[in-house]
Design a protein around this ligand. Structure first.
Ligand code: FAD
Length: 510
């Protein structure tokens, strides 16, 4: 199946909901006047998503003269059509699931849990608006950042054009992020479909929805819409969802989605779409068999492609690949030594925390002769399904590829007291160490709050704390995070060699 990127979004998406008006006033004010440019900027930043905003703010706080260019809305994908709206809806979905499960906790549920889609979407938009105030155009300008709205385009190795004006820079950061990848399914464009650019603007709940693509974003939204009560199908071309994750973790999420009523089509490819009787009729090919299903909406484009289109990178001598993105070295420098890149546009792990962390590295390396390496970064990630899957460091398969011997310590959540009291027993904590030592190589946690729990492991890895030391960290009791100490205890038990056990017995017999 070939792929294409989504059409370029308009510079300012029209506000289709009144509650979005304040957000637009923060993220792209209609009456904004681009400032008079300085002769040359210390740092020119293209793209005001998490990477661009962090870099612009950090550089300006250190006294640099900074220009920040954004063609759509400040906040980028994370604020406007990614993390924030999706996690707001995930929260509503979790509440609905808990309400439906209330009887198990002794609460008497109503005969049927009623759900108001518009109210849930309104809450999501209120949250997005509230968070948009942090990085409003006015606030950035108050902090001394020159904010330019328009599409940036390189005109030379140290110049960029925006809105007909040429800006010169000493150093530049390309932080243009990524855009949705669309599967090339005959008929899809004709019948219309949703992407993350449009799904959060829905005003009416789709009665039925097919999600094409079973990566993290597809799985999160499939569970959300199923919990909202939409008939939800998800098709994925591979035999398991979440290709990056360990198989047992991905399998648990698959089972959880099925329990929530998601109709799962694995090893399955959409081969054609047509309109029939007001419905979108989709043919799904699985192992040579074709199944036909009809739905109200199709959500796709949840794979991501680096946004390099239209930047005229050739003029700046910046090497790139349309699939991989901007080519950078370990210091995030491009083939033009004045120009750096950060975030989705150059990284393989496309998350907000890595965008943020890479931007901090660029500020040090570009402006202060830093030598910080991207490869030295330890950054976890999380898929916010229920249960969540969080991971940090190496996967076992990666360790094997690098010929690093691994020993794994696993604690199932059904052995964790707090998970039992909370009725949240699905999942496990798995910590991988280098065999023969307690050096933590990586960890996968599947748990309701795995995203919170993984941070302790990241802390240990960054601080160089081994699993033996974690056995001495006393967790509050009962907490689900206590599972990490249980894993550390399991490690400590392996240190009790027959010789040590014999010596201990001898000592006690004195
Ligand atoms: C539905 C969804 C849910 C997600 N959930 C999570 C999550 O829970 N946790 C997580 O860590 N990550 C999540 N992500 C990923 C996260 O949103 C991205 O990794 C993050 O936004 C990347 O930040 P960035 O700054 O590199 O790029 P972006 O956020 O994409 O920002 C790039 C900005 O550059 C602008 N731009 C592009 N080209 C130009 C140009 N030529 N001139 C001027 N401006 C330009 C764009 O308009 C955009 O505002 C999610 C993504 C999606 C789609």
């Amino acid at each position: 199946m070939s792929t294409a990127t989504a059409p370029e979004p308009p510079h300012t998406r029209p506000s289709r909901s009144p509650e979005s008006a304040e957000r637009l006033a923060n993220t792209h004010p209609a009456d904004w006047q681009n400032p008079k440019p300085l002769a040359r900027y210390h740092l020119l930043v293209i793209g005001a998503g998490p990477a661009g905003l962090v870099a612009a703010r950090a550089a300006a706080a250190l006294g640099a003269e900074v220009a920040l260019i954004e063609r759509r809305q400040l906040g980028g994908g994370c604020l406007n059509d990614g993390c924030i709206p999706s996690k707001s809806l995930v929260r509503t979905g979790r509440l609905l699931a808990d309400m439906r499960n209330a009887e198990n906790f002794g609460a008497l549920p109503p005969a049927e849990v009623a759900f108001d889609f518009r109210a849930a979407m309104l809450r999501m938009r209120r949250i997005t608006t509230r968070i948009s105030r942090n990085d409003s155009a006015m606030n950035l300008a108050r902090d001394g950042i020159h904010v330019f709205f328009g599409s940036a385009r390189f005109t030379g190795p140290d110049t960029v054009e925006v809105d007909g004006v040429r800006l010169r820079f000493k150093k530049a950061l390309i932080a243009t992020g990524s855009s949705p990848v669309l599967p090339d399914v005959p008929g899809l464009a004709e019948v219309g479909f949703l992407t993350n650019d449009t799904v959060f603007e829905l005003q009416e709940q789709p009665k039925s929805l097919l999600i094409i693509g079973g990566g993290p974003l597809g799985c999160e939204l499939a569970q959300v819409f199923a919990r909202f009560g939409s008939r939800t199908l998800i098709s994925h071309r591979e035999p398991l969802f979440l290709p990056l994750e360990e198989r047992d973790a991905a399998q648990m999420v698959s089972a959880a989605m099925a329990r929530d009523g998601v109709e799962i089509h694995l090893n399955s490819v959409a081969t054609s779409v047509r309109m029939e009787g007001g419905k979108k009729v989709v043919e799904l090919l699985n192992d040579g068999n074709t199944a036909t299903t009809s739905v109200d909406e199709i959500l796709t484009g949840i794979g991501r492609m680096p946004a390099v289109h239209g930047l005229n990178l050739e003029a700046a001598g910046v090497a790139y690949d349309t699939h991989v993105g901007i080519e950078v070295d370990d210091f995030l420098r491009t083939s033009n030594p004045r120009i750096f890149a950060a975030g989705d546009v150059c990284l393989t792990r496309r998350f907000t925390n890595t965008a943020d962390a890479s931007a901090r590295i660029v500020v040090r390396n570009a402006l202060f002769m830093g030598r910080q390496r991207m490869s030295a970064l330890t950054a976890p990630w999380c898929t916010y399904t229920d249960p969540e899957i969080a991971h940090v460091g190496l996967y076992v398969k990666e360790a094997r590829q690098q010929r690093i011997p691994v020993k794994t310590f696993t604690i199932p959540m059904h052995d964790v007291d707090r998970a039992i009291t909370d009725g949240e027993e699905d999942g496990f904590v798995k910590i991988h160490v280098r065999e023969g030592s307690d050096k933590i190589l990586g960890a996968t946690i599947v748990a309701r709050h795995a995203g919170e729990m993984i941070n302790s492991i990241s802390l240990a890895m960054v601080a160089g704390i081994g699993l033996r030391e974690l056995a001495h960290v006393v967790p509050a009791y009962p907490t689900q995070g206590g599972a990490i100490r249980q894993a550390a205890d399991a490690y400590t038990r392996t240190r009790l060699t027959p010789l040590v056990a014999w010596l201990a017995r001898l000592w006690l017999r004195r």
